[in-house]
Design a protein around this ligand. Structure first.
Ligand SMILES: *Cc1c(COP(=O)(O)O)cnc(C)c1O
Length: 346
């Protein structure tokens, strides 16, 4: 692996970050705050939030078994994705490599940052070959994006291939585990020590049921996390979000129950789906959604919209011709979908 200094854009490496009033004071006991030009009235919303989210990170640390210094929190995983481009990829010069199809934000962020985005097609089982992925890299490849379970295909990527990429790639590997809670595969968080080039992304938006609060997590070496912290907006995670996240961490058991229910519901829904006349094939899934090949994805998508049911039409995505991506809902929602599709016929 190259050093983090070699991988970081020189301007970012040299950057001295903005130092906020709250950064400098760092939790010493004080009761009079006249340092940040806040309004003293309208408690508690008058105060700037903790820029480094220490309380939230320390609680997360206990659940994830990762030290707070190895955690970055952002305005959704999307912020972390954007920041890795801005930290490591020189516009117009560097490139990144990703599996295809996968989550659309990697390519959008690449394009916003004027960074070449190289796609390597998955095979017919939606798996990738480390060899093929590495062949697409060159000396300007800073990042490889992997997503497991993958969106929109739903399957876990093969662990051995991920390991091979981690061991052989000179740059950083961003492994998006947004759906790992729904999978039987262990997270890669326990491998952070072994692989200093690994960045694991997780989110509060899926299993945690908190898409509205916008909170994403990146886990990596202290050096990488330090760079992301240096370039983020000082108060990137607002106070309401930090509070709500702490409240969620205190009822961790609730998330475990949701996940268990959703996995059962996934079994129910996919089994019933497979029997529908308009369904050609269901792909195996390790997430809270599944991909189904249907007789005519666009026609069925439109029909469902007319019934007030929205699924995701993935027809135009590589390897996903005539595929719909369906999120697992409540039993009532799932039955509404199944009944509508029964009425659609073939
Ligand atoms: C939904 C999703 C996310 C979550 O993004 P947030 O910005 O945290 O809401 C991240 N990665 C993938 C692959 C997703 O499908």
């Amino acid at each position: 692996m190259k050093t983090i200094e070699e991988l970081t854009r020189p301007n970012i490496w040299k950057l001295k970050p903005y130092s906020s009033a709250r950064d400098e004071y760092k939790g010493a006991t004080a009761s009079v705050f006249l340092d940040a030009n806040e309004n003293p009235y309208n408690t508690p919303h008058n105060r700037y939030p903790d820029p480094m989210q220490w309380e939230l990170k320390s609680r997360l640390s206990q659940i994830k078994h990762v030290n707070p210094e190895h955690i970055f929190l952002g305005n959704g995983s999307d912020e972390a994705i954007d920041l890795v481009f801005r930290a490591f990829c020189e516009p117009g010069k560097d490139n990144v490599v990703a599996i295809d199809p996968t989550y659309g934000m990697y390519q959008v962020c690449a394009e916003v940052n004027d960074v070449e985005y190289r796609k390597v097609l998955l095979d017919e089982h939606f798996q990738f070959s480390a060899e093929k992925l590495l062949q697409a890299t060159d000396e300007h490849t800073k990042l490889i994006f992997l997503c497991s379970p993958n969106n929109p295909t739903g399957n876990d990527l093969q662990r051995q291939e991920i390991e091979t990429v981690l061991c052989r790639f000179e740059g950083l590997v961003v492994l998006d585990e947004a759906y790992n809670d729904f999978s039987e595969a262990p997270t890669f968080l326990s491998e952070l020590e072994q692989h200093p080039n690994l960045i694991v992304l997780q989110t509060f938006s899926k299993a945690w049921g908190c898409a509205a609060i916008r909170l994403g997590m990146a886990f990596a070496s202290q050096e990488i996390i330090g760079i992301l912290n240096k370039i983020k907006y000082p108060y990137n995670v607002n106070q309401l979000t930090q509070q709500q996240a702490i409240a969620m961490l205190q009822k961790y058991y609730e998330i475990e129950r949701w996940v268990k229910t959703l996995k059962e519901e996934r079994g129910y829904l996919t089994e019933a789906f497979a029997k529908l006349p308009c369904v050609v094939k269901i792909y195996p899934t390790d997430a809270n959604f599944f991909l189904a090949k249907v007789t005519d994805a666009t026609a069925i998508y439109q029909y469902l919209v007319g019934e007030g049911i929205i699924v995701r039409n993935r027809h135009s995505v590589a390897l996903c011709g005539n595929c719909l991506r369906v999120t697992v809902g409540t039993r009532v929602e799932n039955n509404t979908l199944l009944e509508a599709l029964k009425r659609y016929g073939g």
